[in-house]
Write a protein that binds this ligand. Structure first.
Ligand code: ADP
Ligand code: MG
Length: 708
């Protein structure tokens, strides 16, 4: 069984004259296309608090026409009732918001006809256009006031009714009267009578109607020959509910009896709210239908097997804002209620079946009577003309009692008895006693005949009356018109459906628009982030470039400096070598050792210095008689070319000399350690010159000028 949600529609009435005169602010706006009601709090600005938005199946503004509401919202529901579903339409809202206007409309104004009279028309039109179907329509009208049920169609208006329950048909009102109605006029009459009874005893009808719930029930039974050759009956029940005003009754400052009344009115609407809440709450294990008569009666309509439409009526003015919001929140909950509509097929209590069976029984009775009559007739005919009883005209049996035939029969019988009576009266051969006896018999027969005739007539009248209540279509209306009207209705329905779809699409588009807006906002935000990051990145990049340039400059300067140091080191090495060569080759070892002993490193001056020479022994100058010179002046030896070459080679910088320049401090330290090495205090000096040093010497070993 498929489920469907309770359909919730909202209708906002126009500003009334009083509201217009007082220049009340309008706080409600209606977006028919999107199915939205927007309530704006006039005390708050648009920025401090956005308006509250509610979305419903359909919404109707103050310009809405009763016929539009009917065609779009109520007609599909009444159609389902005609198919055998139960249906409920209930109007909810604060007093004065248009519940009664929506349900009943204005009298004497066909344009303002509410859903109830429109449904009457719809149902009877449907029946008149039907084919091969038999219908029975009946109506009941009840009121719930202070949680007590009153039958508005009963003669005794002081009587209160009770609720009962049956597993097959559910909750029903025990002994509720219902009237079979054959036409729109009849059912309208029923409603009129009920409304009159409603106002009986009420000092103020408006006040009374705002404090009681009125339920008009139309039951439509339809019988049709099924494919199985059997007659099947479907029963659809339409509940039309005009609820009491939803405003908080306690607020009116009622006391005593009035307070008790208010509490009870509140109770049933409160119970209705609780039932709705429980129905949409997955965790609820119990639905409190039994809390009020109203909720018990509407059990089928809320979470049951009926199709339900709730019309929430609201007012547009600012002073009703709180009540309007309450109604909207209440209705918002209702739209999530799920029902499981089911066709009422062949219910046991179908009145139509009872009617059909009764008619069949009465007809059988009539048939039996007519059979007997015919037998009698035949017998009489045979007795009269002495024939063998063969009916030459064949069987002229007529199932349906023909009025004229019947009349003839009775007249014949009557005449016959009168003739018999006359004959007895005129027969002088009979003794007086015998005559009286025979006349008595004749009188009795005549009496029996009359009773029989009356009984037959009664049955016939009953059959006729019952049959007249069973409605069949296609009698008075031309089929072609019917077809066209059916098509027209179909089209109307299709248009309404299309409008619905359009509205749904518009809602979806609105949602998409919102999503797009959100995305755009996110995009703008991200773009801002990207922009600020790009700015930062650009700054960082410029700094990076500057650093790189700086590093490059530093590297260049470093290379230059290194090259200078290398050059410096080479020069020093060269000089050192030269000095070594000179020392090795031109300074006698004893002089060298003398100098070694005198040399020291002055830390303060950072210089190698020579200690002063120990004071020389005073040698007296003697005048010697020098012989005449016999020697020649010293002539510098002529250096052989080979020796000169060797000397040049020795002074040339060795090509394969490896200088470790990776450590830029090294040349300087090497130089200073070279200086220190003279005193033998520097470890680096030792490494340079001493054979114990593990690394290779930084300059080639002196080869000497003279081979040793
Ligand atoms: P309720 O039954 O909710 O107390 P009524 O149906 O009696 O309210 O409506 C109150 C008044 O407002 C009535 O005079 C009615 O004619 C008028 N009214 C309500 N709804 C509408 C509407 N949609 N268009 C025009 N008049 C309306
Ligand atoms: Mg009302």
């Amino acid at each position: 069984m498929s489920s469907e949600s309770v359909k919730v529609v909202v209708r906002c009435r126009p500003m009334n004259e009083k509201e217009q005169a007082n220049k009340f602010e309008r706080v409600v706006s209606v977006n028919v296309k999107l199915g939205q009601i927007i309530v704006r709090n006039p005390k708050e600005t648009l920025t401090s608090s956005p308006p509250t938005v509610f979305t419903f199946d359909s919404v109707y503004s103050w310009n809405s026409k009763q016929i539009d509401l009917y065609n779009k919202t109520f007609m599909p529901l009444v159609n389902s009732v005609l198919l055998g579903f139960n249906g409920t339409i209930f109007a909810y809202g604060q007093t004065g918001t248009g519940k009664t206007y929506t349900m009943e409309g204005l009298k004497n104004d066909p344009e303002s006809r509410g859903v109830i009279p429109s449904a009457f028309d719809h149902i009877f039109k449907h029946i008149s256009r039907s084919q091969n179907q038999q219908y029975l329509v009946r109506a009941s009208y009840l009121e719930i006031y202070q949680d007590e049920i009153k039958d508005l169609l009963s003669k005794d208006q002081s009587h209160r009714l009770e609720l009962s329950e049956r597993p097959d048909t559910g909750v029903f009102v025990k002994d509720l009267s219902s009237f079979v109605t054959k036409s729109v006029q009849e059912i309208e009459n029923v409603m009129k009578v009920g409304n009159q009874n409603r106002s009986v005893g009420a000092t103020n009808m408006n006040e009374h109607s705002s404090r009681s719930h009125a339920i008009f029930v139309i039951t439509v039974e339809c019988s049709e020959l099924g494919v199985d050759g059997e007659n099947h009956i479907r029963v659809g029940k339409l509940n039309l509910v005009d609820l009491a005003g939803s405003e908080r009754q306690a607020k009116t400052g009622a006391q005593g009896e009035r307070l008790k009344e208010s509490t009870k009115i509140n109770q049933s609407l409160f119970a209705l709210g609780n039932v709705m809440s429980a129905l949409v709450d997955d965790r609820a294990s119990h639905i409190p239908y039994r809390d009020s008569k109203l909720t018990r009666l509407l059990q089928d309509s809320l979470g049951g097997n009926a199709c339900t439409v709730m019309v929430a009526n609201i007012g547009p003015a600012s002073y009703n804002m709180e009540e309007t919001l309450t109604t909207l929140r209440y209705s918002n909950r209702a739209k999530h209620i799920k029902n499981k509509p089911r066709i009422n097929d062949d219910p046991k209590d179908a009145l139509l079946r009872e009617f059909q069976e009764e008619i069949a029984r009465l007809k059988a009775q009539l048939k039996k009577r007519s059979g007997e009559k015919k037998k009698k007739k035949k017998k009489q005919r045979r007795a009269g003309d002495g024939s063998n009883g063969e009916d030459l005209g064949g069987e002229t049996e007529d199932d349906d009692e023909d009025g004229d035939d019947n009349g003839d029969y009775w007249r014949e019988q009557q005449l016959k008895l009168e003739r018999e009576r006359n004959a007895i009266m005129e027969d002088h051969s009979l003794v007086a006693e015998e005559k009286v006896q025979l006349l008595k018999e004749i009188e009795k027969k005549m009496g029996d005949l009359r009773t029989e005739r009356e009984a037959g007539e009664l049955i016939q009248a009953k059959v006729k009356a019952m049959e007249s209540k069973l409605l069949v279509g296609g009698e008075n209306i031309v089929d072609h018109t019917n077809k066209q009207q059916r098509m027209l209705q179909q089209r109307k329905h299709e248009i309404a459906e299309k409008k619905d779809r359009e509205r749904e699409m518009q809602q979806q588009m609105e949602c998409r628009d919102e999503e797009t807006l959100e995305l755009k906002e996110t995009f703008t935000f991200l773009q801002q982030v990207v922009n600020s990051k790009t700015k930062k990145l650009r700054k960082v990049f410029t700094r990076l470039q500057a650093m790189k340039a700086e590093i490059h400059d530093i590297q260049e300067a470093h290379i230059k400096k290194r090259q200078e140091l290398e050059q410096n080191q080479n020069d020093l090495t060269k000089e050192l070598k030269l000095k070594h060569l000179i020392i090795e080759n031109f300074i006698p070892p004893e002089e060298k050792s003398k100098l070694d002993s005198r040399v020291y490193f002055d830390e303060e001056d950072d210089h190698w210095k020579l200690k002063p020479i120990t004071p020389a022994v005073h040698i007296p100058t003697l005048k010697l008689d020098l012989p005449t010179r016999t020697t020649l002046d010293y002539q510098a030896p002529v250096v052989a070319p080979a020796l000169l070459e060797a000397l040049r080679n020795a002074l040339k910088i060795d090509d394969v000399m490896v200088i470790d320049a990776s450590d830029c401090q090294r040349p300087a330290s090497t130089i200073s350690s070279l200086k220190k090495s003279k005193s033998g205090r520097s470890r680096a000096g030792k490494r340079l010159g001493s054979p114990s040093s593990p690394g290779p010497p930084l300059y080639p070993k002196c080869r000497g000028l003279v081979p040793k």
